[in-house]
Design a protein around this ligand. Structure first.
Ligand SMILES: *[C@@H]1O[C@H](CO)[C@@H](O)[C@H](O)[C@H]1NC(C)=O
Ligand SMILES: *[C@@H]1O[C@H](CO)[C@@H](O)[C@H](O)[C@H]1NC(C)=O
Length: 202
């Protein structure tokens, strides 16, 4: 699609949506969510300079991260921009369920996170169920890893949610933190869980 056509379509979405107003900023963030740029997180979490591409959850998005995955806006994107290849995560059931049978847990409560070339994207979530919903939303996702990346003194309760195309075992969990943060502290990882899906998300 030519850029001008895309722009015109965006203008329709921006002005024609009756229920809500979306800033140009959030629209441009949203259209930059493609598989090619790892859905906004081009630097994997084990490399210096990484930042989450998105936040999916009920809380306040962390500073600097647009919560573009909230219901209506996401649905508009899915409707108008199917070529972005992004599906809106389905909201998880209110009570955190055990992983559904299509997932099996490959590791539990490690202090290191998965590192693999099949990295797709990462963002922040509130619960393991939210991360599962994200894996179910991104084409090709076969494995997700949730963990607390503890850095600085005011550690967030949000979980890092990293998605991969290959099913990974505990032996792939070799990112054990140790990156020096801007405030001089060194980050470390807790509660790292890995879940493998029987069949990649279509
Ligand atoms: C959208 O923006 C217009 C102009 O700023 C405002 O009048 C209108 O109430 C807004 N609509 C919603 C749903 O926020
Ligand atoms: C997880 O591991 C930590 C040590 O790394 C331990 O203190 C904690 O009790 C473990 N939690 C569970 C639920 O097993």
């Amino acid at each position: 699609m030519r850029f001008s056509t895309l722009f015109a379509t965006l203008a329709v979405v921006a002005t024609g949506a009756s229920a809500a107003n979306f800033s140009t900023e959030s629209i441009s963030t949203a259209v930059s969510l493609t598989a090619q740029n790892h859905y906004g997180a081009p630097i994997p979490p084990w490399e210096v300079g990484h930042y989450p591409g998105w936040y999916y959850g009920q809380g306040t998005p962390p500073q600097g991260i647009t919560c573009i995955l909230e219901g209506l806006f996401c649905e508009l994107l899915e409707l108008f921009f199917p070529f972005l290849g992004f599906q809106c995560p389905k909201p998880p059931p209110p009570h955190q369920p055990p992983p559904p049978p299509e997932y099996s847990q490959t590791f539990y409560n490690l202090t290191c996170a998965a590192q693999d070339d099949s990295y797709q994207t990462y963002g922040l979530v509130d619960t393991v169920a939210d991360c599962l919903a994200m894996c179910d939303s991104v084409s090709g996702c076969t494995f997700f890893n949730t963990y607390h990346d503890v850095n600085g003194k005011d550690g967030s309760t949000q979980l890092t949610c990293a998605l991969f195309q290959e099913c990974l075992a505990a032996s792939s969990a070799d990112n054990c933190g140790g990156q020096t943060q801007p405030d001089g502290s060194v980050d470390y990882i807790t509660n790292s869980d890995g879940y493998c899906k029987k069949k990649a998300t279509a």
